[in-house]
Design a protein around this ligand. Structure first.
Ligand code: ACM
Ligand code: ZN
Length: 624
């Protein structure tokens, strides 16, 4: 009896609490990356998403079934509502996932919300997946029982078909679960290529069965530098880890289900000290090597004159293509010092045999590198794969079919595009996410240097104006890179990635003429709310006050206008004091204003409903 009473009371309270909760109303579909076309139809009352809503998908299509399950999982995580995936025809009262020839672009989709149903259609399953991402991002983290979605028609498709993000797991090792989380984060930002930097001087991270010492020896360094490069101080702790081929295949599959192709990088002929530690005969010097314990570039590289080295590369690639189905394999090619080759009898004999000569354009050692990269390209071509390399594969002449990843600025990319080679733009100034996000570096975790705030990422335009319309077609996409010399924990990786990845997503996805930074800031709160929901670290600098400080109309004055995330009140001082609300030296910002001659320092901060930012300062450009 007691139990029955409790059960009845429980039902009563549950009923009351549901009745008391109004559905959350979603009226705004401005997500990141910004969709091509969002048209609120302003008709009808909207679609009520509630417990048990069905998600239909075409029968016998495993990818679409998985898409339906992804949607159900996201909605459960973000709202607590349980959706019900079922195979079968489009129906009323449901979210219907379909494939449609009416959607032109391969990764495009339409998302139509009406009173009776939601339809997400793509020409491919990937397109449907991006439609699902848009829907979940519009809803964000909303635990209100049910959700009323206003009627809308969305048409969307990406600008670039190569939308990449990179992760270095050599300098610091991140394991299977971290890499899967990284892939989840990329999927939320419509990224479709994951460039996985698997080998470097400081650790070899992928099992190669023919060369077991690459992982028994090469995956472990005896210790790691503490602090800045050159500190001379080491931690005395071994650091290592690697992926078995089974684990790597599991990750490839995990990514593929999220429409992300993994492009593995085996960095050669430089960045190979971990391989030399494992197989010293592959180097130019007759000496033992150790897995590198500090950063920067090693002079010790693969010996280009040793036939065993070509055999090694061929054998490693033979296993790599079995693990990674990607059409592209990245072979590095960056930062290979030539000092060993210049003095190595085997390398010099090879140069002679090939008849390589130095001239104004290239040294004979650079031509030797080009020979090695072209030979590597043939090894991939015979297996039906294509080569990507960093800017330096231009040294000594570009391999015939290579795709260039332009990291030393854009000049290499421009050069390659003019020669009719595909190019992925990934310039270090704008798209290296190991750079600091704030100039106040004392309050940041130790980093490699640089300064790449989110605005700089956002305003990066991957198609250089120097190219003709014909040449532009060779810019197939854009990627940012996450080097981890100074990033030892996965939460630090996330902090460097987010929210800059959101800015990158709009560079990759959104046409250049519809991007706008203040709109982007307005679109950000929902995705930041999802970062919080999933427990992903992110940098809060996006909340800081950003002031534009220009000469005013009158000689000697300064005009100030301010941008923030939505919902901020901004306070400032002009006499160098720390501004705080209520202080007599502090003013509230109410709109663009002019500062008269005399003040030298503008200091500002913002208050949001749930946080107060740090103070940012500007030295005013008055003539004294
Ligand atoms: C690179 O940053 N060395 C490609
Ligand atoms: Zn050599």
């Amino acid at each position: 009896m007691k139990n029955l009473c409790t059960a009845l009371l429980g039902m009563l309270f549950t009923g009351l609490s549901v009745a008391a909760q109004q559905p959350q109303v979603i009226t705004d579909y401005q997500v990141v990356p910004k969709p091509l076309k969002v048209e609120l139809t302003n008709k009808g009352k909207g679609f009520l998403l509630k417990e048990g809503t069905k998600v239909t998908y075409p029968s016998k299509n495993e990818n679409m079934k998985r898409n339906a399950e992804f949607l159900a999982t996201y909605i459960k995580e973000q709202t607590g509502i349980t959706l019900q995936p079922i195979a079968g025809k489009v129906q009323n009262g449901a979210i219907n996932l379909t494939l449609s020839k009416d959607v032109a672009q391969a990764e495009g989709y339409t998302l139509n919300i009406e009173d009776k149903r939601i339809n997400i259609a793509g020409s491919t399953e990937a397109g449907v997946f991006y439609g699902i991402q848009t829907l979940r991002k519009a809803i964000a983290d909303t635990h209100t029982g049910s959700i009323l979605l206003s009627n809308v028609k969305i048409e969307d498709a990406p600008r670039f078909h190569y939308r990449g993000m990179h992760l270095d797991v050599s300098r610091h090792f991140f394991g299977v679960e971290d890499v899967k989380t990284y892939i989840d984060i990329l999927a939320m930002h419509n990224v479709n290529r994951f460039h996985w930097h698997l080998t470097d001087d400081q650790g070899w991270r992928i099992e190669i069965k023919k060369y077991p010492k690459l992982t028994t020896v090469g995956s472990m360094r005896k210790e790691t530098l503490i602090g800045k490069y050159g500190s001379g101080v080491y931690d005395g702790k071994p650091h290592g880890g690697f992926f078995t081929q089974e684990q790597a295949k599991e990750i490839v599959d995990y990514a593929a289900k999220r429409y992300i192709t993994i492009i593995p990088e085996i960095d050669l002929p430089g960045h190979m000290q971990a391989a030399l530690a494992s197989y010293p005969e592959l180097g130019c010097l007759d000496k033992p090597y150790e897995v590198r314990t500090t950063w920067d570039i090693s002079d010790d590289v693969l010996c280009a004159g040793n036939p065993q080295v070509l055999e090694f590369i061929d054998n490693v690639l033979a296993e790599i293509v079995e693990i990674f189905p990607s059409e592209y394999i990245h072979i590095g090619g960056d930062e290979c010092p030539k000092i060993r080759w210049e003095r190595c009898p085997k390398c010099q004999a090879k140069i002679k045999e090939l008849g390589l000569k130095s001239d104004n354009a290239h040294t004979k050692e650079e031509r030797l590198q080009s020979y090695l990269i072209s030979t590597t390209e043939q090894m991939l071509a015979k297996r039906g794969r294509k080569l990507i390399g960093w800017s330096e594969i231009l040294e000594g002449g570009l391999a015939p079919n290579a795709t260039l990843m332009s990291w030393l600025g854009e000049s290499g990319g421009i050069q390659a595009a003019r020669m009719g080679h595909d190019v992925i733009m990934s310039p270090n100034n704008e798209l290296y996410f190991d750079h600091y996000q704030s100039q106040d570096t004392d309050n940041e975790p130790l980093g490699i240097g640089g300064f790449t705030p989110i605005e700089e990422v956002y305003f990066y335009e991957p198609v250089p104006t120097a190219l003709t319309a014909e040449e532009e077609k060779y810019i197939i996409g854009v990627q940012a890179n996450m080097w981890t010399e100074y990033i030892a924990t996965f939460s630090h990786v996330q902090y460097m990635l987010l929210p800059r990845l959101a800015a990158l997503a709009e560079v990759q996805w959104t046409p250049r003429n519809t991007k706008d930074f203040s709109g982007f800031l307005a679109r950000m709160p929902r995705i930041l709310n999802l970062y919080n929901k999933y427990g992903w670290s992110f940098s809060g600098h996006i909340y800081d006050v950003k002031a534009e400080v220009k000469p005013g109309k009158e000689e000697g004055t300064v005009a100030v206008s301010v941008t923030t995330m939505p919902g901020a009140k901004v306070y400032y001082s002009l006499n160098g004091s720390t501004p705080f609300r209520g202080s007599e030296d502090t003013y509230e910002y109410t709109g663009p204003f002019t500062i008269q001659k005399g003040a030298r320092v503008l200091r500002m901060y913002a208050e949001y409903p749930d946080k107060t930012t740090r103070v940012v300062g500007y030295h005013l450009p008055f003539k004294m």
